[in-house]
Design a protein around this ligand. Structure first.
Ligand code: KG4
Ligand code: ZN
Length: 356
């Protein structure tokens, strides 16, 4: 086996076309290139991602982005040891672009092909900057997913909790929209929050005292909608953003305490590691709150670098690298899977009336 494998990663599950090249090392892999082309400007006027436009844009750009990533990495195509591409979950028309492209490169180079679960990419993303050993507790907070998972080894996940309605990133984006902030407004909420009074509005914390570490944000979103109809001044908008940010931090604080307990019951490790990944993990307020809580509970907190929190292909190559090292390859007929859960045995938990 190659001593330092070189992996090409490809990501196109939603609205980012991304290609990266990484090289395995003894501890932390080296990112040789990591190109992300965002489609924010295309979808802005629609207030959300339009699948057909997203797929079209992936098709237009993927070869240029791949060329740029390979050129920047300094490696020759023939030196790539395996090609890893996202196969799900995501929008099928978008997934198909990167997946077919990845299969075509692997096939033409006669190199192994690796199909990657996008969520596993987020789960392993902090391994690009920190040495992490299994098992670890993962809080995955992105635009489409919000879950606590016990990550027990590569590909082995036990879901401890999930949102029963909206994802956290989606909740941030919808709140931002109600406050008149352009899509995707999630990151701007924090800026607004800094200028406001976090105690001005009392917002609900749905299922805070039940459902273990499952989460719910729909009621919170409805409360924000109701308040936005009443507020008039710019100052009140900042107050609402601050109150929203504080409420989210408090919800995550309470639910994480439960997740810590559940993780410790399942895994008897000497070292407790807590990884927070996904787009919302870029939120500094959430980071700080969870760092403090982890210290109090004897967990070490690890985050991906800020630029690796949102969708990228380096994290897809990271999963590819671990699979490559275990000789876990896939056939070129591996299908795109828009609903590919990390824990396929976890119960479906959605909507009001869920029985915990
Ligand atoms: O992981 P990601 O890039 O895409 C998905 O796989 O979903 O996550 C994107 C989400 C968006 O909803 C975005 O608003 C949110 O992450 N996000 C943030 C912040 N930065 C990105 N939410 C709150 N605070 C931030 N600083
Ligand atoms: Zn993502």
């Amino acid at each position: 086996m190659t001593k330092k494998p070189i992996i090409l990663g490809i990501e196109s599950s939603c609205d980012e076309t991304a290609v990266a090249v990484i090289k395995g090392n003894k501890d932390i892999p080296e990112i040789l290139s990591n190109i992300v082309s965002s489609q924010v400007d295309i979808h802005k006027e629609f207030g959300g991602v339009v699948p057909e436009l997203a797929a079209r844009s992936h098709m237009e750009k993927i070869d240029l982005i791949a060329k740029k990533a390979i050129d920047e990495s300094g490696v020759k195509l023939k030196d790539i040891d395996a090609v890893a591409a996202t196969a799900g979950p995501g929008l099928i028309v978008c997934l198909s672009v990167g997946l077919s492209f990845g299969k075509a490169i692997a096939g033409s180079l006669n190199k192994p092909f690796i199909a990657v679960n996008h969520l596993e990419g987020h789960a392993l993303s902090p391994k690009l900057n920190s040495k992490i050993e299994y098992p670890y507790l993962l809080l995955l907070i992105s635009g489409g997913h919000t879950q606590y998972l016990s990550v027990e080894s590569l590909g082995k996940y036990k879901r401890l909790g999930t949102t029963i309605d909206d994802a956290l990133g989606e909740t941030f984006d919808k709140t931002a929209k109600l406050l008149g902030i352009e899509f995707p407004g999630g990151p701007k909420i924090e800026e607004f929050a800094k200028k406001g009074d976090p105690n001005k509005f009392k917002l609900p914390k749905p299922i805070i005292n039940k459902g273990g570490c499952n989460l719910s944000f729909a009621g919170l979103k409805t409360a924000v909608l109701r308040i936005t109809k009443e507020i008039k001044s710019e100052k009140e908008k900042f107050d609402l953003a601050a109150s929203f940010q504080k409420t989210i931090e408090e919800i995550l604080n309470e639910k994480t305490k439960i997740a810590f307990k559940q993780f410790k019951q399942r895994n008897k490790t000497t070292k407790n590691t807590f990884v927070i990944a996904g787009g919302v993990a870029a939120n500094k307020g959430i980071r700080n709150k969870l760092i403090t809580l982890s210290k109090e509970n004897n967990f070490e907190t690890i985050f991906p670098d800020i630029n690796l929190c949102s969708d990228n292909a380096a994290m897809i190559a990271m999963v590819g690298l671990e699979k490559f090292q275990l000789n876990k390859f896939d056939n070129l007929d591996f299908p795109a899977n828009p609903r590919w859960a990390l824990d396929e045995n976890a119960k479906f938990l959605k909507g009001a009336g869920v029985n915990f």
